[in-house]
Design a protein around this ligand. Structure first.
Ligand code: IPE
Ligand code: IPE
Ligand code: MG
Length: 238
């Protein structure tokens, strides 16, 4: 039997702080080591033939962490983009950053724009980094976009009743990206933490106890093996 490979794998990368604490270090030490796991999972995803890998890097709620942690995380993002860009380009990875860009600083926005632009024609794997993102924000923005469109052209109101799920999909930041087939959360938590609420409607979910800095290629492959055992029924009878 063919191995069932999910087309889109998404990960809530959690547990960096606890990983550092276990070693008697500051939380930021965990974030820095988490970057290694990102590299490992990108490589593993490309090797396994996954088309889209999305990673929850920073939520809208994470802005409420101490200022020092927020600025370290933002600095780490800029540094990692600079450090990883060449390898990502070599591997043919297209990188996208999705979220509330208006809350990000100029240096973060320009690093993001640079990598998105440079990698936009790459074809091996699409890596999506969710930054300053929340699912409720995404839904609200989608509704606002639609409302603005109708306000600008009231004749569009006539076709509103015919609007279906697929056409509403286009108003989300994930427009054009297939919904995740498989979502992994590390560190054992059993919650979505305001991640892609709309897009995860029929996603297979796996929570693993491994803390994010320890989640490397073998753990990624083991998770894919779990996915291969799942029976996706979509509400039907088999
Ligand atoms: C995940 O690790 C990284 C981010 C949310 C930015 P945490 O920082 O949440 O680590 P824990 O959950 O406190 O261990
Ligand atoms: C979710 O992790 C967000 C990211 C991984 C970016 P959190 O650690 O922020 O979530 P909670 O606080 O456990 O819900
Ligand atoms: Mg956490």
């Amino acid at each position: 039997m063919d191995k069932k490979i999910p087309r889109h794998v998404s990960i809530i990368m959690d547990g960096n702080g606890r990983w550092a604490q276990e070693r008697g270090k500051e939380r930021v030490y965990g974030h820095a080591n988490g970057v290694e796991s990102v590299r490992a999972c990108v490589e593993a995803a490309a090797e396994e033939g996954v088309e889209y890998l999305s990673l929850f890097a920073f939520s809208e709620e994470n802005w409420n962490r101490p200022e020092s942690e927020v600025s370290t995380l933002m600095g780490l993002m800029v540094k990692s983009i600079a450090n990883e860009a060449e390898a990502l380009m070599k591997q043919g990875v297209r990188v996208m950053f999705l979220g509330n860009r208006s809350r990000l600083s100029d240096p973060v926005n320009s690093a993001i724009d640079g990598l998105m632009e440079a990698s936009k024609d790459n074809k091996t794997l699409t890596l999506i980094i969710f930054i300053s993102y929340s699912g409720k924000w995404d839904i609200l923005e989608a509704a606002k976009k639609l409302a603005r469109e109708i306000a600008a052209d009231p004749s569009k109101l006539d076709s509103l009743d015919d609007m279906d799920i697929a056409s509403f999909d286009k108003y989300f930041v994930t427009a054009g990206i297939p919904d995740p087939d498989f979502m992994i959360r590390t560190s054992g938590e059993m919650r979505i933490s305001n991640y892609m609420l709309w897009q995860l409607a029929y996603t297979e979910i796996l929570s693993v106890p491994t803390l994010w800095p320890d989640f490397r290629k073998p753990e990624f492959r083991a998770a894919l093996a779990e996915y291969a055992k799942r029976d996706r029924r979509y509400g039907k009878v088999k």
